[in-house]
Design a protein around this ligand. Structure first.
Ligand code: MG
Length: 386
C-alpha cells in the first residue's frame, strides 16, 4: 500500500532555514508533499522552487514580488497570495498537517498563531513568534491540541534531552551559546566593530539578522525567552553557558543532578529533520560527530558586562506580559539600523535598554496588546536612533 504523503507548507522557503528544510525533504523523497511556499521578495529563488516542488499556493510578502510572480507562465495554476489575508490562508489550509515557520522577524507571529489556532503541527524556527506572542500560545495550544515543534538547535536539543525524564523532574535547562564572533574581543574594541566583522559568525551560517543577534548575544536572550514559553519554565530555571565549539546544543539538568546533553556537529538539518519527522528519527548523516576529532569542549559563564543583551532578556522574561514584545521590537529596529550603518554596534543594546526602561508592561496581554507593544517598541526605539 502506498504511504500517504504528509502535506507541508514552508514559510520562509527562500531563506537559509527554508532552503535547508527543502534539502531535508529532498533527502527523504516520498514522505512529504509541498503544498505551499512563502517568501518575502526573492522571486528568482521562488521561481526555481516552484518549478521543482510544484506547490498549489505561493505567498510573497512584497506586493510587487507577488505581482511579478503572477505574471509568470510557470505560476499559471498556482494561487499567488500576499498580505495578512494571504498569510492566514497559507497557515490554515485544511489539507495541511505541518507548517514550517522560518520567516524572519515578528512578521512570523501571525503565521504561527494561525497555525496553532488551526490545531496543526508548527515546526518553529521563527523564534520571535514565541518571544513576542508567548502568552497567547500556551492558551491556544491547550485549546486546539496543536503542537509546537522547535527547529532552533538549542530548543531541539532540550526537547530531545527532555525525553530522559519527566517534566516535573527538571531542575534547570542549560542553554549553550557559541559566544558569537566577539567572544574574545575586549569591551573597549566594541565601539569600532564593523558590519562585516559582526556578520562573520564562527560556527553557524545564517541570515544577517540572526548573525547580528549572535554577535550581541541577543540571540541567546531571545532563545531564553523562547525556552520559557516553549517548555513552560520560569526564567530563573534557565542558565546560559558559553560553549564556542557548538557541539553540545543544550542540556537538561534533572533533580538527581544528572545532566543530559544533545550533541552533533553544527548542522541545522539535524534539528529540522527531528521536527519534521518527530516522533520518528530518520536515518541521516547531518552533523555526524567524531568525538575523537575534538580537541576539547569548553564551557564558561557569559560576560554580562560585555554582552548586556543577556540581562536585558532575563529582565524582560521576568517582567513577562508585553515586555518581551517591546524588547524584540526594539532589537529589530536597532539591528536594522546597525545594518544600515545608522548606529554603532554598542548602540544596539543601548537602544533596547532605553526602550525597555520606558515600557509599561501589560501583564496578561491580548493579541492587540502585543501588537500595540510591538508598534510602541519600534516607534520608541526609532526615536533613540540618531
Ligand atoms: Mg539557536
Amino acid at each position: 500500500m502506498q504511504k500517504q504523503l504528509r502535506k507541508i507548507v514552508i514559510l520562509g522557503s527562500t531563506g537559509s532555514i527554508g532552503r535547508s528544510t527543502l534539502e531535508v525533504l529532498d533527502d527523504h523523497p516520498g514522505r512529504f508533499d509541498v503544498v505551499g511556499l512563502a517568501a518575502k521578495s526573492d522571486v528568482e529563488r521562488m521561481l526555481a522552487q516552484i518549478e521543482r516542488y510544484r506547490p498549489n499556493y505561493v505567498y510573497m510578502g512584497d506586493q510587487s514580488a507577488a505581482d511579478f510572480l503572477s505574471g509568470e507562465a510557470l505560476v499559471k495554476n498556482i494561487d499567488v497570495l500576499t498580505g495578512d489575508e494571504g498569510m492566514i490562508t497559507m497557515a490554515s489550509l485544511p489539507e495541511v498537517e505541518l507548517v514550517v515557520n522560518a520567516l524572519v522577524g515578528s512578521v512570523g507571529l501571525l503565521a504561527s498563531l494561525t497555525t496553532v489556532e488551526n490545531g496543526k503541527y508548527l515546526a518553529l524556527a521563527n523564534k520571535e513568534s514565541l518571544v513576542v506572542g508567548g502568552p497567547l500560545f500556551e492558551e491556544a495550544v491547550a485549546r486546539t491540541g496543536a503542537r509546537v515543534l522547535p527547529i532552533d538547535s538549542e530548543h531541539s536539543a532540550i526537547w530531545q534531552c527532555m525525553a530522559s525524564g519527566r517534566d516535573s523532574e527538571i531542575r534547570r535547562l542549560i542553554l549553550t551559546a557559541s559566544g558569537g564572533p566577539f567572544r574574545t574581543k575586549k569591551k573597549d574594541e566594541f565601539k569600532s566593530v564593523t558590519k562585516e566583522e559582526a556578520l562573520d559568525h564562527p560556527t553557524w551560517k545564517m541570515g544577517p539578522k540572526v548573525t547580528i543577534d549572535s554577535a550581541t548575544l541577543m540571540n541567546k536572550g531571545l532563545e531564553l525567552i523562547e525556552a520559557v514559553w516553549l517548555f513552560s519554565i520560569p526564567p530563573e530555571m534557565v542558565s546560559i553557558v558559553v560553549h564556542p565549539q557548538s557541539v553540545v546544543h543544550s542540556m537538561v539538568e534533572y533533580v538527581d543532578s544528572s545532566v543530559v546533553a544533545q550533541m552533533s556537529a553544527p548542522d541545522m538539518k539535524l534539528p529540522i529533520a527531528y521536527a519534521l519527522f518527530w516522533p520518528e528519527r530518520v536515518r541521516g548523516n547531518y552533523g555526524r560527530l567524531d568525538l575523537t576529532e575534538m580537541q576539547s569542549l569548553t564551557f564558561t559563564k557569559p560576560d554580562a558586562e560585555k554582552f548586556p543583551a543577556i540581562n536585558l532578556a532575563y529582565n524582560a522574561a521576568t517582567l513577562g506580559g508585553t515586555a518581551p514584545a517591546a524588547l524584540n521590537a526594539a532589537n529589530e529596529v536597532a539591528v536594522e539600523s546597525f545594518l544600515l550603518g545608522r548606529i554603532g554596534f554598542m548602540d544596539i543594546t543601548d537602544i533596547i535598554e532605553k526602550t525597555l526602561g520606558k515600557h509599561t508592561v501589560v501583564e496578561k496581554p491580548s493579541l492587540l496588546d502585543i501588537l500595540d507593544a510591538d508598534r510602541w517598541g519600534r516607534k520608541t526605539a526609532e526615536g533613540f536612533v540618531h
